[in-house]
Design a protein around this ligand. Structure first.
Ligand code: PLP
Length: 389
């Protein structure tokens, strides 16, 4: 059975060009970049090339980039660094819809004496800028706000938010894990102090990420060890991951146009058709500015998990907005923060596309999904009630 992979916000396939470039560094060129000999040194050169490739994509200089193990590490590093350098300040401003890499860390920090202010969003997932403005206080050590939401794709006005923090001398970090490679980013004259990204979201391997730290920003390392990354992140480098991330960034710079034309067209086609065929369905965040590849659709009166299982039988991969891992089948905190009604939030599916998806695949999904919804609704007592209302 063919796999139709529409779960690219969870992870992406490694680009063939990336795979090709990194293979020699697993066997022939396995030196340690910190070694004094030429054999290791040549790997060090490739790491610096990757730093330049990241800088080119982000409009940053190579010295402003440090490599990490993932987006979560980058997020943790940025926030913990601010709490260490901004002595005496004990407040973190963030949003209600962050990824657990920020949200769970903030939850942990509240238990050890820090205060966290979570800015609400509206029904479309847009940030309440007035509340944000009011929340910035002299006690605020850092603002940590995602650039684009992983579940809905909703984009926050990051530059405006960063500017407001800068005017008050507050550090500003953005989790741009879902934004990098999908929308243009230019940090050259930006007010952003730190930015996180993750390799496996943009066709590089898993286990590598990066943190942009604006020149002149006070910084305290999170992983303390050797002298790697100019003492900013200890630990022997994930050489293949880093070299792959560099290449993936080079490709992403070229493919941003494809993301915003072909990928967006396919996403829009999927949405338009599903919504017109399936009654009581809705795009979450559909009125807001969104990533070109993401569509979060709620199907009222049925369970997202059940939809996923049925799609899986046709090889269609997506994600649901409810997490049954806790056993409670709670809808996601993102949809709850948006005030999506319970009956809608439970039946939400996130489709996330990439440049590797084809129109045939989208047509296949448009053909298969509506009958699945109809079948599941035929078992739903809530749907029967609605149909007879
Ligand atoms: N931030 C966002 C917005 C994400 O979507 C993710 C991953 O889904 C992360 C952070 C964590 O990235 P990683 O899996 O590289 O730790």
């Amino acid at each position: 059975m063919k796999t139709v992979y529409l779960d690219n916000n969870a992870t992406t396939k490694v680009a063939p060009e990336v795979l090709n470039d990194i293979m020699p560094y697993f066997h022939d060129l396995y030196g340690n970049p910190s070694s004094a000999h030429t054999f290791g040194g040549q790997v060090g050169k490739e790491i610096n090339k990757a730093r330049e490739q990241l800088g080119d994509l982000l409009g940053a200089s190579p010295e402003e980039i440090i490599f990490t193990s993932c987006g979560s590490e980058s997020d943790n590093t940025a926030i913990m660094s601010a709490l260490s350098t901004e002595t005496g300040k004990t407040n973190i401003v963030t949003t209600r819809v962050e990824h657990p890499a920020v949200k769970a860390l903030c939850g942990h920090l509240t238990k050890i004496g820090y205060s966290v202010t979570e800015i609400p969003v509206d029904r479309e997932g847009r940030l309440d800028m007035e509340r944000y403005r009011e929340s910035l206080t002299p006690e605020t050590a850092i603002v940590s706000m995602m650039w684009a939401n992983n579940e809905t794709g909703v984009i926050f006005p990051i530059e405006e938010a960063a500017q407001m923090a800068k005017e008050r001398d507050i550090l500003f970090h953005t989790d741009a894990v879902q934004a990098v490679g999908k929308i243009p980013i230019n940090l050259k004259n930006s007010a952003i102090d730190m930015l996180s990204l993750s390799g496996h979201k943009l066709h590089a391997p898993k286990g590598v990420g990066a943190l942009f730290i604006k020149k002149g920003t006070k910084f305290s390392p999170f992983l303390i060890g050797g002298h790697q990354e100019k003492n900013r992140r200890g630990g022997t480098e994930n050489t293949t991951g880093i070299i792959g991330l560099g290449k993936a960034c080079e490709l992403a710079a070229k493919n941003i146009d494809v993301e915003n034309t072909k990928v967006k067209e396919l996403r829009d086609k999927l949405e338009k058709n599903i919504l017109s065929i399936v009654p009581n369905s809705r795009v979450n965040g559909g009125e807001a500015e969104r990533l070109p590849n993401t569509s979060n659709i709620s199907f009222e009166f049925i369970e997202g998990e059940a939809i996923l299982l049925h799609m899986d039988e046709f090889g269609i991969c997506a994600s649901s907005g409810s997490a049954c891992t806790s056993g409670s089948l709670q809808p996601s905190h993102v949809l709850r923060a948006m005030g999506v009604p319970f009956t809608m939030a439970h039946g939400s599916i996130r489709f996330s596309l990439s440049i590797y998806n084809s129109e045939e695949e989208i047509d296949f999904v448009i053909e298969k999904v509506p009958p699945i919804i109809e079948k599941l609704r035929s078992f739903s007592p809530f749907w029967k009630k609605e149909a007879h209302a």
